[in-house]
Ligand binder design. Structure first.
Ligand code: 6R9
Length: 661
């Protein structure tokens, strides 16, 4: 049995209950297929109608899609709108002014509610304040701020005046901030004095000071500081100013800057295949259209829902499903300052109960760590909280292994809530391949089918279509409105990375390997292309081996698998494993490694046996929780670590993982 086959042998299917299906906006597979058929029959009509239906246009567009300079596609290009107007004013016009836009829970558990009217006021004041600071349409503003109402206000205020924001996650180092300020040519930074997470205060403004002191930030004139803790910090006269002083004297009305649909709403830096992060540039019209539409389709968001996306606004998930999607759809959302493990690892479940969250969206890595925590401490198990308010669960960021999926389904969703496993990327702006909660039968570990209008396909290395059942390269055959427009300042890199000549130059290359089920056509993501291994001519996903390891649930908490060049077999499999018991050494480690190898051989086939197994107390992860596979590949090869590890949550475990068993 080949490796891929065993992932696809997942036979459990979960159909939407009659109740969920009836309530859903897209109800039943026939409705889903009808939408897909509309997009197939008249692609620009489909998107044009959606854009007219979902967004308020200051000036209507006359052309939907301009392909004349492909792959630099333009959507709704002669239309004009404003993103903040669509997220805020639209709710005042709809009579949602007094509705709560944001329920903010601070690290210490205190709660603040902000209505759409109050959010609108705050955004207008800051927008006027930014203009008073000389910031104008087209300027870039870097935002380096903890999870807060102010973070959302800052992003929306930039959008209101047509400034392009670039949010940098609060966990990034001074060097990363400096590089992004320089690359974006930012004129201002909006930041905070300190951030509060897990009961600790951490400097933020001091990191900005350090970043600027590294030099090269010539365009930068202003640093605006939100006072979060009030502890003393350095304020440089003539450059630094408090947020409340910027907002204070300003009017609560601000005429939005009407921008062309293609105007860059934001730049968000993400890692590429080289060391230098890519500034992914998104548009205003197409991006916002999909942020709002996917809120309604994927999460079936309704006026009475309380949505909670646990992602930080420093990531694309926080852009689309915290700042823009919920507000554009007029949905109340929870924004959380803290961490899932403070004051204990039951925090998420306690918050769902406290606020009666109905739609919950988080990452597999969080789920896995909370599984582990609840196994050692029954008091933090989700069954200690009343989670009956939940309607729909979501997963994002990496493949969710079937074991974690089943736990999420059973213990969080009460075997009642559909799980939407949403595949998408910083570059795609919003969901691409995902179940629809009221339509799609779910299969654990599969992100199922593309959303209507998303022409996802699987091709070989030269761009030829592959039949279902054959793994290959995930591509998107037609442009879609929320797609990346370019890499900021590097259009050539954009073309080469996403529309490579090898594939004929017309297919968007996602960078992931995937396979479609022979019968259902369901997509299963096999991880980044560089994570797909070829061992003795057999192609297999690292994720599949990880799933097999994690399926040994009495022993294994988490596993990451990478390839290492091997003279005999092409590539050899190296597994990094975190056990549910103290990290073993010596004979015990060797015995456990053998046990796991035999287990994998039994689960998948001898071909999938890891050649090498290393144990650690944890895996090297970015602060967003992504496993740093490039580091693991270097360790697997026995190379010295020369890469930047400043974004690593736990650098000490690199040494443990380098030890041979
Ligand atoms: C939204 C986000 C994108 C990469 C992507 C893929 C992986 C994301 C996934 C998934 C399997 C899912 N990924 N969602 N893999 N199933 N549901 O995470 O964006 O940070 O740019 O990462 O994450 O490998 O290519 P980003």
């Amino acid at each position: 049995m080949s490796g891929i086959q065993s992932v696809l042998q997942e036979t459990r299917v979960f159909n939407p209950s009659a109740e969920v299906q009836q309530a859903a906006a897209i109800s039943g597979m026939a409705s889903y297929k009808a939408l897909c058929a509309q997009a197939d029959a008249d692609y620009s009509g489909f998107w044009g109608n959606l854009a007219r239906e979902k967004l308020l246009w200051h000036k209507p567009f006359t052309e939907v899609l301009d392909e004349s300079n492909a792959p630099f596609y333009r959507w709704f290009a002669d239309g004009q709108l404003n993103a903040s107007y669509n997220c805020l004013d639209a709710n005042l016009i709809n009579g949602n002014g007094d509705k709560t836009a944001i329920v903010f829970e601070a690290d210490d558990g205190s709660v603040t509610n902000v209505s759409f009217r109050q959010l609108h006021e705050r955004v207008c004041k800051l927008a006027n304040g930014l203009k008073a600071q000389g910031i104008k349409k087209g300027d870039r503003v870097l935002i380096y701020i903890p999870m807060s109402v102010e973070g959302v206000v800052a992003m929306q205020a930039c959008a209101r005046i047509g400034a392009t924001h670039s949010v940098v996650f609060g966990g990034f180092s001074a060097k990363s901030v400096q590089e992004r300020v320089i690359d974006a040519g930012a004129v201002a930074i909006i930041t905070a004095d300190e951030q509060v997470r897990g009961g600790k205060t951490l400097p933020i403004k001091a990191i900005v000071d350090e970043a600027i002191s590294m030099g090269g930030c010539e365009a930068l004139k202003t640093v605006i500081v939100y006072r979060r803790t009030g502890n003393p910090i350095n304020m440089q006269a003539g450059r630094d100013i408090w947020l409340h002083e910027v907002e204070g004297p300003q009017s609560a009305q601000c005429e939005p800057e009407w921008v062309d649909a293609e105007h860059p709403l934001f730049i968000l830096y993400t890692s590429g295949s080289t060391g230098k992060p890519k500034g992914v540039q998104h548009s205003t019209g197409g991006y916002l259209l999909w942020a709002k539409t996917t809120m309604q389709w994927t999460f079936d968001a309704k006026p009475n829902d309380l949505f909670w996306c646990t992602a930080d606004i420093g990531w694309i998930t926080g852009h689309t499903y915290v700042c823009y999607g919920p507000t554009a759809a007029g949905i109340t959302q929870l924004v959380f300052e803290g961490v899932p493990t403070y004051p204990n690892a039951g925090r998420f479940w306690q918050m769902i109960e406290k606020h009666k969250v109905t739609l919950f969206y988080t990452a597999p890595t969080a789920i896995r760590s909370l599984i582990k925590a609840s196994e050692t401490d029954p008091n933090v198990h989700p069954n200690k909280s009343d989670l009956s308010s939940l309607r729909i669960l979501g997963s994002v960021g990496e493949p969710i292994n079937p074991e974690a999926w089943m736990w999420y389904h059973k213990h969080v969703g009460g075997e009642r809530c559909p799980i939407v496993d949403t595949f998408w990327q910083t570059e795609t702006g919003g969901h691409m391949i995902t179940p629809l909660p009221g339509a799609t039968p779910l299969v654990p570990g599969s992100c199922t089918l593309p959303l209507p209008g998303i022409m996802a396909a699987i091709v070989d290395e030269t761009g030829n279509d592959l039949p279902n059942g054959q793994g290959g390269v995930l591509v998107v055959k037609r442009p879609w409105p929320s797609m990346i427009r370019t890499i900021w300042g590097d259009p050539e890199r954009f073309k080469k990375s996403y529309y490579p000549a090898e594939l004929g130059g017309k297919l968007y290359l996602a960078g992931d390997g995937a396979i479609r089920d022979k019968d259902t056509g369901y997509f299963t993501i096999m991880g980044r292309i560089d994570d797909v291994l070829n061992v003795s001519g057999h192609r297999m996903g690292t994720m599949e081996i990880e799933s097999a390891l994690v399926a040994k649930s009495d022993l294994v908490a988490e596993a990451a698998v990478v390839g290492r060049p091997d003279d005999l077999t092409g590539e050899a499999i190296v597994a990094f494993v975190v056990l549910k018991r103290p990290r073993p050494t010596g004979d015990e480690a060797r015995a456990l490694a053998k046990e796991l190898r035999d287990w994998v051989a039994k689960e998948i086939g001898p071909i999938a046996k890891p050649k090498d197994i290393r144990f650690g107390d944890n895996l090297p992860k970015t602060r967003s929780g992504k496993i740093m596979r490039r580091l693991l590949r270097a360790i697997a090869k026995g190379e010295a670590i020369t890469q930047d590890v400043s974004t690593l949550e736990n650098p000490a475990i690199l040494e443990q993982l380098a030890e041979n068993n």
